[in-house]
Write a protein that binds this ligand. Sequence first.
Ligand SMILES: C[S@@+](CC[C@H](N)C(=O)[O-])C[C@H]1O[C@@H](n2cnc3c(N)ncnc32)[C@H](O)[C@@H]1O
Length: 340
Amino acid sequence: MMCCAYGAEKIVKETMATDGWRLAFSRPGFVTGKHDEGAPIPSGIFIRTASRSIGQTKSEDGGAQIEALVKMLDESPLAARGFDQLHVWPKDRAPIGRFGFEPGGDEVTRLVADQIFASVGEKSIRASEVNQIARPDESVLDVVLVEPSHWFVGCHTATTWPTRWPGGVQPMNPQQQPISRAYYKAAEAIVWSGFDLQPGDLAVEIGSAPGGACGRLLELGLRVIGIDPAEMDPQISEHPNYQHFQARAGDLPRKTFRGAKWMLVDSNVKPEKTLTTVANIVQNEQTKFEGLIITMKLGDYNEASQIEKWRTTVLGWGATEVKVRQLARNKCEVCFAVRV
Ligand SMILES: C[S@@+](CC[C@H](N)C(=O)[O-])C[C@H]1O[C@@H](n2cnc3c(N)ncnc32)[C@H](O)[C@@H]1O
């Protein structure tokens, strides 16, 4: 069973079909498949979470649901050794950003999660709380609320960061109200990329206004250059470690980027144009970037067919590694993490 962004399920179905998985139940943001040969669970750019199915339970009566879950765990060989962690989350209810929707836990899910943990925790879960970040190699019991009255149950082993986060959504508790939702997107991208951003490093962001992502970089202690024709929030523009260029990235002299180690790109322009702008900067002798985090706006999921072409373009810059993922916080867009 897999979760993805609401709207991305068509691509998830195509991805799993290439690995021999047949479609079973699906809803926007949630897809299940069957395989005859016990294949590894599918993975791909648009697959936010993937679990091996244990079963499902549907009832308007919460007590009956818990009972069914307990029975399922008692009977499933997958649950015989218990689990290190319990993750409970809702499938996405809407496309990210529509009516302000963001992925992750909601009030109902938190209440359900507490009930589930109270009922199965002692016997089946070694963690002391529900929805903790799993450590690598830990086993995780997954409960996805497709509806509050319809739960899908599965399990996975934690490996990469997104597989360690409940529902693939990075838990974040910002100390201050972020300036924009891009704060969360940047935080997730930085961790997922594996880039070793250090306090004092110089980072450039193209498409920096109003300043959510810059806020995250400054919080991490980096020095930040923002480039955007639009104005920044004063909390950012007045920060001593921040410098703003109120311009389009392509119009600036290359020396602007001298000394920068990291580049984030989040400008609302078409991917081809983004790639041309970034290529001109990173291929210039005056620049020496180590890592690029580029948001590619798809606009429409059909544009996903272009991703491999874009990957080839980026590899042509001499990149040593190119990872691509629709982050949990990405709207209809994907994130390229490029090591150069
Ligand atoms: C999604 S917003 C960026 C949000 C921002 N990253 C944050 O953290 O708040 C996209 C921004 O791209 C900027 N933009 C569009 N074309 C640009 C270009 N050629 N160079 C720099 N910025 C550009 C727009 O002015 C807009 O502010």
